[in-house]
Design a protein around this ligand. Structure first.
Ligand code: FAD
Ligand code: SF4
Ligand code: SF4
Length: 477
C-alpha cells in the first residue's frame, strides 16, 4: 500500500520559509521571508493531520478548505491546490503574506494544541498562489455571459475589490471609484512593502481591470461626484471606504511641527517606494532619515511605522506603549521582527505633552498595570513623579483610526451609522437602511483585517446577485 503522504508532524518539525537577517533586511523595503522551495512546501504541508473537524478552517474568516489544499500540495498537485484555494479566497497570495495567522488559522491548528508546532498554513497558501501566478494559472475574469445590471463600488481596497471580482465573474458591469491615484486601499498605501511588496498588489489590480472591471481613480465621492449621482448611475452601490480619521493626542505642544499621523507617514513612504515625487518626504517632514524617532502606540500600525523608520535610516527608533509586551494589541511576530531590526520598546509609558516647536522631545509618564478592566485587560495607572523627557525629532502618532462622517460628508440622509460612526449594515449581506446601498469592510466593522474585508465583499456580492435574480424573476412573472 502507498505511504500516507500526510500526518508527518511527529517526524518533521515546523519550518518557516527562510527569514532574511535583520542586518540585511533593515535597509530595504523587500519582503523579509523568502519563498518555500517546492519540496519544503510539500514537506511542511505533509505535517497536517487532516482533522475530521479542522479548527484551522473554522477560524479562517473565509473558511478556506485548508486540509484539502495542504494534502494536494503534499502530493505535488499544485494546480488543483490552487483551484481549491482560490475558490474561497479572492486574494490568497495577500492573505498568505499578511493575515495574523497566529490569531486565526494557525493559532487554532490541532497539532499545535497537542504539543507539536502548527502547520505553516499561511506560507503554504502564499506558495501555492505565487506558483499559480508564475505558471500563468491566474487569468483575467471571463464571465460565461454578461448581465445588464451595473454595480458602483466606492473604495478600491480589499473589500471593494473582492466584491468587484465576484460580481464581474457573474457578468455584472462593475465600476469602482477611488479617491487615490492607485487602487488597493491600505494594501497599496498603508501596509509597507516589507510585509507586502507592491507589485503583488498591482498585478491583482491589473488582472481585475483586464477582466472588465472599470476602476476610476482620483475620484473622491462627495467632492468630484456626488453620492446621489453614483446611486443614479447603478442598480446597486457598495460603500467600501475604510476608516481613515486618525485618533489624536491632546496635551501641551501637541500641535508642534514634527508630530505627524501614522497614515500620512506610511502613505508618503509607500508613494516614495512607487517612485512618486512626495514633497513632504523630500523636505524631511515625513522622512525619518537621521532623526530620533518616537512612535506612540502598540498596534500593528505602530509596528509598521517603527520598522519603516529603521529602513529610512533613523538614528534611533523608540516605541512608547502604555501597557507591557504581554498586553500589547500588535502581533508578537511583528514585535519580534521590530526588535531584531533595532527598535527599542519602552513599555509602560505614555506621552504627557511635547517639548519644542519643531518638536525636540516627548514628556513621558511612567505607568504600572493595575486591576483588570471590564475586558479583562489590566488597566495602566500613572506612577507619580516618574516623568522624564524622551528626546525626539519626529513623533509618529499611531493610536488607531475612526470612520469619517459619511452621511454628513456626502449629504446622504438615511445612511444610518452606529454610535462608533461606522455604517449600520447587515453583517451577512452588507445591506444598509438605504434601498440598493450596501457597505463592507472597515467602514462597517471599524479598523479590522484584510481577510474580513474580503469576506464581507464576497458575501455582499452574493447578496446583490440574489437580489438581482429575484428582481428578474418577479419581472418575468
Ligand atoms: P481600505 O483598504 O481602507 O480601502 C478603502 C478605499 O476607499 C481606499 O482606497 C480609499 O482611498 C477609498 N475611499 C475612501 N473614501 C473615499 C471616497 N470618499 N471616495 C472614493 N474613494 C474613497 N490587516 C491585515 O489583515 N494584516 C496586516 O498586516 C495589516 N496591516 C495594516 C497596517 C496598517 C498601517 C493599517 C492602517 C492597516 C493594516 N491592516 C492589516 C488592516 C487592513 O489594511 C484593513 O482592515 C483593510 O485594508 C480594510 O479594507 P477596506 O476595503 O475596508 O478599506
Ligand atoms: Fe489563514 Fe488568512 Fe489564509 Fe484564512 S485566509 S487560511 S486565516 S492565512
Ligand atoms: Fe491540518 Fe492543523 Fe487544520 Fe488539522 S487544524 S486540518 S492539522 S492544518
Amino acid at each position: 500500500m502507498a505511504e500516507n503522504p500526510m500526518l508527518k508532524f511527529v517526524k518533521i518539525p515546523r519550518l518557516m520559509p527562510q527569514k532574511r537577517e535583520a542586518s540585511d533586511r533593515a535597509h530595504d523595503f523587500g519582503e523579509i521571508y523568502a519563498e518555500f522551495s517546492e519540496d519544503k512546501a510539500a514537506e511542511q504541508a505533509s505535517r497536517c493531520s487532516q482533522c475530521g473537524v479542522p479548527y484551522c478552517q473554522t477560524h479562517c474568516p473565509l473558511h478556506n478548505n485548508i486540509p484539502d489544499w495542504l494534502r494536494l500540495t503534499a502530493e505535488g498537485r499544485l494546480r488543483e491546490a490552487y483551484d481549491i484555494s482560490q475558490a474561497t479566497n479572492t486574494f490568497p497570495e495577500i492573505c498568505g503574506r499578511i493575515c495574523p495567522q497566529d490569531r486565526l488559522c494557525e493559532g487554532n491548528c490541532v497539532i499545535e494544541q497537542s504539543g507539536h508546532e502548527t502547520v505553516t498554513i499561511g506560507s503554504v497558501e502564499k506558495y501555492i498562489t505565487d506558483t499559480a501566478w508564475a505558471e500563468g494559472w491566474v487569468q483575467p475574469i471571463k464571465p460565461a455571459a454578461t448581465r445588464g445590471e451595473s454595480v458602483g463600488i466606492i473604495g478600491a481596497g480589499p473589500g471593494g475589490l473582492a466584491a468587484a471580482d465576484m460580481l464581474r465573474r457573474a457578468g455584472v458591469q462593475v465600476t469602482v471609484y477611488d479617491r487615490y491615484d492607485r487602487a488597493g486601499g491600505l494594501l497599496t498605501y498603508g501596509i509597507p512593502g516589507f510585509k507586502l511588496e507592491k507589485d503583488v498588489v498591482m498585478q491583482r489590480v491589473t488582472q481585475l481591470e483586464e477582466g472588465g472591471i472599470e476602476i476610476v481613480t482620483n475620484c473622491n465621492v462627495g467632492v468630484d461626484i456626488s453620492f446621489d449621482e453614483i446611486r443614479s448611475k447603478h442598480d446597486a452601490v457598495i460603500i467600501a471606504t475604510g476608516v481613515y480619521k486618525s485618533r489624536d493626542l491632546a496635551g501641551p505642544g501637541s500641535g508642534a511641527d514634527g508630530i505627524v499621523k501614522a497614515i500620512d507617514y506610511l502613505t508618503a513612504s509607500n508613494r516614495h517606494g512607487f517612485g512618486d515625487t512626495v514633497p513632504e518626504f523630500e523636505d524631511g517632514s515625513l522622512n525619518a532619515a537621521s532623526k530620533r524617532v518616537v512612535v506612540i502606540g502598540g498596534g500593528d500600525t505602530a509596528m509598521d511605522c517603527v520598522r519603516t523608520a529603521i529602513r529610512q535610516g533613523a538614528t534611533s527608533v523608540k516605541c512608547l506603549y502604555r501597557r507591557d509586551k504581554a498586553n500589547m494589541p500588535g502581533s508578537l511576530r511583528e514585535t519580534q521582527n521590530a526588535e531584531e531590526e533595532g527598535v527599542e520598546f519602552v513599555w509602560l509609558t505614555a506621552p504627557n505633552g511635547f517639548v519644542g516647536n519643531p518638536v525636540t522631545g516627548v514628556n513621558v509618564q511612567k505607568m504600572r498595570l493595575g486591576l483588570p478592566d471590564a475586558t479583562g485587560r489590566q488597566s495602566p495607572e500613572l506612577i507619580d513623579g516618574a516623568d522624564y523627557v524622551e528626546p525626539a525629532d519626529l513623533v509618529i502618532k499611531a493610536l488607531g483610526f475612526e470612520p469619517e462622517d459619511l452621511p454628513q460628508l456626502w449629504g446622504a440622509e438615511g445612511l444610518e451609522v452606529t454610535r462608533w460612526g461606522t455604517i449600520r449594515a447587515d453583517f451577512e449581506t452588507g445591506q444598509t437602511r438605504l434601498p440598493g446601498v450596501y457597505a463592507v469592510g472597515d467602514i462597517v466593522r471599524g479598523a479590522s483585517l484584510v481577510v474580513w474585508a474580503i469576506r464581507d465583499g464576497r458575501d455582499c456580492a452574493a447578496a446583490i446577485l440574489a437580489q438581482f435574480d429575484e428582481a428578474r424573476s418577479i419581472a418575468a412573472e
